[in-house]
Design a protein around this ligand. Structure first.
Ligand code: C2O
Ligand code: CU
Length: 778
């Protein structure tokens, strides 16, 4: 049983336990001693058994059981033992002797119901509060259970049977616990989390990026930094102490390296995020690519003729593809025509300077109707990316404010050829051509004629579309053509892809080339929300290649174009330019896609690879074990400057003052989740734990993270650099990154509905501030 399943199972058992204890109490009160005894025995057995599920869960990590072990199970144990000792013998006598009246006595009913209340606390606590257990919640829980017991006693016992002084004392105790717990709930959370690193003195008091403290960021912030010189000396000293052993084993050297930085920071080196902007010139050899995007509401027509009300960039869904060649300067002028809630553009997965990151209230103000904003950044990451609004992004992205960003390598030829992507208008039957068809696994990219399709998957009103196609995209390619499919998930939940008809490789994930990706056949590819997979294969001679989405929809049907020359196929293999992948035997023709229908083709001489659904039973590819290991700049054994743990859960929390059944991080919702603080150059490790029953695609802006391990098992395939990783229920991911992109960054769940309901925090570099007020989860 997976940990995720176990979490649900444990919850169900907890509910069952509560029901049996309460049932036993109710049956006793109704003088049904036989039933009461049976339920009592069942409740006792189940209660003991639950210790076993908790023990198994504990094996997956303390986070999964913390509140159970420290609070709800002990509470249940105490109440259960009392019930067994006090009510048990009486109940047995009642049942054996047929003395129904005995069963209805307070000494039987109250302990049984009391155990029931204590048992109820378990699932209620897990559902409403979860991790971490706090004194506040613990005291309130105990007070509520105590109050319920007292009330029950009061109701079922004859007046005067309870000594007044004892009753008063019990009421007073419950009241005190409840009040103390309630009071503690108002103790504010710390605003920052240093992750075990050097505490960040001058940021902590006036953390300016946080909406709650926005009003105080003017003068107080200035004061703070005015006194920063003093603080900087202290900080400088700390830095020396902290880094000397690691850096060079020489205090002098470390001091030399770090002192100027600290000094600069303290003495007015505080940078506003607005100063962290992109360059104005391309890299040598590159050009400036200018794009103008206008956000506006409109009705778009999908390929079937279906019309949907949308929020768009330039009236299209997806927005115009933004393409560039490595080294180019991308300049995008965003205008907002009539999207009243405002718009920004966030470059998902692209590690742009913080001032270009497009987060309203943090790096810029939202662009209101009539306004504009120009983004500039260097196209220095080759691969498949996307862009989307970050203002009320849950609604904005869902309604269509997104588009593709594809950057090709300079060696791979001009990027203009990506224009044939399926994200273009439905009528565009043209296919992309010259493209880096190489797997790019470290070898030089080879310019070969090929087909390069960008396939953004999105859901409009329950209909899955690729680009603007809500019907199967039909394309053809000459046999031997190198094909690259760039799959992009712009939805809130994962999509499963299967490719039948040709052996292929998953050559890049989140824009990053994998090392030595092996050939794939009958597997399902689960693409997290926000994530990208690039697939590469050679167009087969007599077989249709079919890409299915979610085992339901035929997304793309690629037929061989008979008679067409097979361009460059013999001289420039499209795949496996390095390492073990080239030595791998090709998957035989009978490999993938020979499923039903392969031999009974209806499309001329081309075999049909079946249809969506054929791949439903194919196992899912585990990308943490795919490809070939290679060196990484850091790893599990590295010494980390900061370590942060993010426990994802669901529970009651306050978000901007309103109580919410939120998606929480460490028991809190945005903006009350402490901001993670790092320094430029530090090595940072995240442990991301999912205690909830939802999948959370975790996304840190401005940085790619290296996956170290999942569920305690180190990655064993290609190094995996991701910008969005899917943390499924019960999973624990360890990831790490080098903090080398100073700024203020969102760190959030890319199920944007979850983000909207609290699952957002910030990761800030010390000494970067924002002039914008009102950063929000959007
Ligand atoms: Cu694509 Cu903040 O997200
Ligand atoms: Cu989520």
């Amino acid at each position: 049983m997976s940990v995720g399943t176990l979490i649900t199972f444990d919850l169900l058992v907890a509910v069952l336990i509560a029901a049996t204890w309460l049932g036993a109490g109710a049956a006793a009160a109704a003088r049904r001693s036989g039933i009461a005894l049976a339920l009592f025995v069942a409740a006792a057995v189940l209660s003991v058994a639950r210790a076993a599920t908790a023990a198994v869960l504990a094996g997956a990590g303390w986070w999964f059981v913390q509140e159970k072990v420290t609070l709800t199970l002990p509470l249940l144990a105490v109440a259960g033992v009392v019930a067994a000792a006090v009510a048990g013998p009486r109940l047995v006598r009642a049942a054996r002797g047929g003395r129904a009246d005995l069963a209805g006595r307070p000494a039987v009913v109250v302990p049984l119901l009391g155990a029931g209340y204590a048992a109820v606390a378990g699932p209620v606590y897990a559902l409403l509060l979860g991790y971490p257990a706090t004194w506040s919640a613990g005291l309130v829980t105990v007070a509520l259970v105590g109050a319920a017991v007292l009330l029950t006693w009061r109701i079922v016992s004859a007046p005067g049977s309870l000594p007044v002084s004892a009753a008063r004392a019990a009421v007073a105790a419950a009241l005190a616990a409840g009040l103390a717990g309630t009071g503690l709930a108002f103790v504010p959370a710390p605003e920052t989390d240093a992750g075990g690193g050097v505490p960040t003195r001058h940021l902590a008091a006036g953390h300016p990026a946080d909406g709650r403290t926005a009003g105080t960021t003017g003068a107080p912030a200035a004061d703070e930094h005015a006194t920063g010189t003093g603080a900087a000396h202290a900080a400088g000293t700390d830095t020396t102490g902290e880094h000397a052993p690691e850096a060079h084993g020489s205090g002098g050297s470390a001091t030399g390296e770090h002192a100027p930085e600290a000094h600069e920071a303290g003495a007015g080196g505080v940078r506003p995020v607005t100063a962290l902007r992109g360059p104005s010139e391309p890299a040598p050899g590159g050009t400036t690519r200018r794009f103008a995007l206008t956000a506006r509401t409109t009705t778009v027509t999908l390929s079937s003729g279906r019309r949907v009300a949308a929020w768009t960039f330039d009236g299209k869904v997806p927005g115009p593809p933004i393409t560039a060649v490595e080294g180019d300067l991308v300049e995008v002028r965003l205008r907002n025509a009539d999207v009243t809630s405002g718009v920004t553009i966030h470059w998902h997965g692209y590690d742009v300077p913080a001032g270009e990151d497009g987060v309203p209230g943090l790096t810029q103000d939202a662009v209101r109707p009539g306004q504009e904003f120009t983004y500039r950044f260097l196209a220095d990451q080759v691969g498949t990316y996307w862009y989307h609004t970050h203002e009320v992004s849950d609604i904005g992205v869902r309604k269509g404010l997104y588009g593709m960003l594809v950057v090709t390598s300079r060696a791979g030829g001009p990027a203009d050829h990506v224009s044939g992507s399926a994200s273009g208008p439905a009528s565009d039957g043209e296919t992309g051509r010259t493209q880096d068809g190489g797997a790019g696994t470290g070898g030089p990219a080879v310019s070969t004629p090929g087909l390069d399709l960008t396939l953004p998957v999105h859901t409009f009103g329950g209909v899955t579309v690729i680009g603007d196609h809500d019907r199967t995209i039909e394309r053809s390619a000459a046999p031997g053509t190198p094909v690259r499919l760039r799959l992009v998930n712009t939805d809130n939940t994962p999509h499963r892809f299967t490719l039948a008809g040709a052996p292929y490789r998953l050559v890049a994930v989140d824009g990053q080339d994998l090392n030595g990706p092996g050939e794939l056949g009958r597997v399902g590819l689960r693409l997290p929300a926000g994530g990208r997979y690039d697939l590469a294969f050679t167009m087969p001679a007599a077989r249709t290649v079919l890409l299915a989405v979610d085992d339901r929809t035929d997304g793309l049907r690629l037929s061989p174009r008979e008679g067409a020359p097979a361009p460059g196929a013999t001289s420039a293999p499209a795949l496996g330019t390095t390492g073990p992948s080239t030595s791998r035997a090709p998957v035989p023709e009978s490999g993938p896609g020979t499923a039903p229908g392969a031999g009974s083709g209806t499309a001329g001489s081309a075999g049909v690879s079946g249809s969506a659904g054929d791949g439903a039973g194919w196992p899912e590819l585990d990308i943490t074990r795919y490809g070939t290991p290679a060196g990484t700049p850091f790893g599990l054994g590295s010494r980390f400057d900061r370590r942060f743990t993010l426990v994802l859960d669901r529970g009651l929390a306050f978000s901007d003052g309103r109580p919410l059944y939120a998606h929480t991080v460490n028991g809190r919702a945005f903006p009350s989740i402490p901001t993670q603080v790092v320094r430029d150059g530090e090595l940072v490790r995240f442990t991301v734990v999912n205690r909830s029953r939802d999948t959370h695609p975790w996304h840190l802006h401005g940085h790619r993270v290296l996956v170290l391990s999942r569920d305690g098992r180190p990655t064993s395939g290609s190094p995996l650099w991701l910008d969005t990783f899917d943390v499924r229920p019960g999973e624990v991911w360890e990831v790490a990154f080098r903090a080398a992109n100073p700024g203020l960054w969102m760190n959030h769940c890319h199920n944007l509905a979850h983000a909207d309901q609290g699952m957002v925090l910030h990761l800030n570099y010390e000494d970067v501030t924002t002039p914008f007020h009102g950063a929000h989860g959007g």
